[in-house]
Design a protein. Structure first.
Length: 178
């Protein structure tokens, strides 16, 4: 998923700060919590965007909502609020997590398949595709797509590996038309 330049810059700054203090894993865990809260409560960002609340009230709301998080994460979210970039909180968290995974030699892979993948399937896909993208392992996100007849489509970053039955049939059709 494409992330804005703003989200990437804030994520990079937070990542560098966390790396200096040896807190990359802690900050990643905290940002996963932020992601989950924002996913479970979509109205939270709408509340932060509300013109009825002052910047100070919004920052206080963030401090209260995420009181257990580190100072650096709270400050980053506060800076985004100061600059009227509340909608960049979730994309910034995504970008930070990708930076953290890349730092560990891991990439995120979105695998579209007709059925739910087992853990063994995920492990074999990770092993097979990690080397192709120059990573040690992949974090697999399985997306069940009932429109697929068979096979799977793997997206890692901006690379797509399409091994679906539909794409194979389309290739065969093009070959036969020649």
């Amino acid at each position: 998923m494409s992330k804005s330049t703003v989200a990437n810059r804030y994520a990079q700054a937070l990542f560098e700060l966390a790396k200096q203090h040896g807190q990359v894993e802690t900050v990643e865990s905290e940002l996963r919590t932020v992601q989950q809260v924002l996913k479970d409560n979509p109205d939270y960002i709408l509340l932060l965007q509300s013109p009825k609340l002052t910047k100070d009230q919004k920052k206080q709301l963030v401090k209260q909502s995420f009181s257990g998080l580190s100072h650096n994460v709270i400050n980053t979210m506060s800076i985004l609020i100061d600059r009227r970039r509340e909608t960049e909180i979730a994309p910034m968290a995504d970008a930070f997590i990708e930076l953290s995974l890349a730092n560990r030699g891991t990439a995120v892979a979105y695998v579209h398949s007709a059925t739910k993948l087992s853990e063994a399937d995920k492990a074999s896909i990770s092993q097979a595709f990690a080397a192709r993208v120059g990573k040690q392992s992949l974090q697999i996100h399985n997306i069940v797509d009932s429109t697929l007849l068979g096979g799977m489509r793997v997206r890692i970053g901006n690379r797509i590996f399409d091994g679906t039955l539909r794409s194979k049939l389309n290739r065969l059709e093009r070959e036969l038309k020649r």
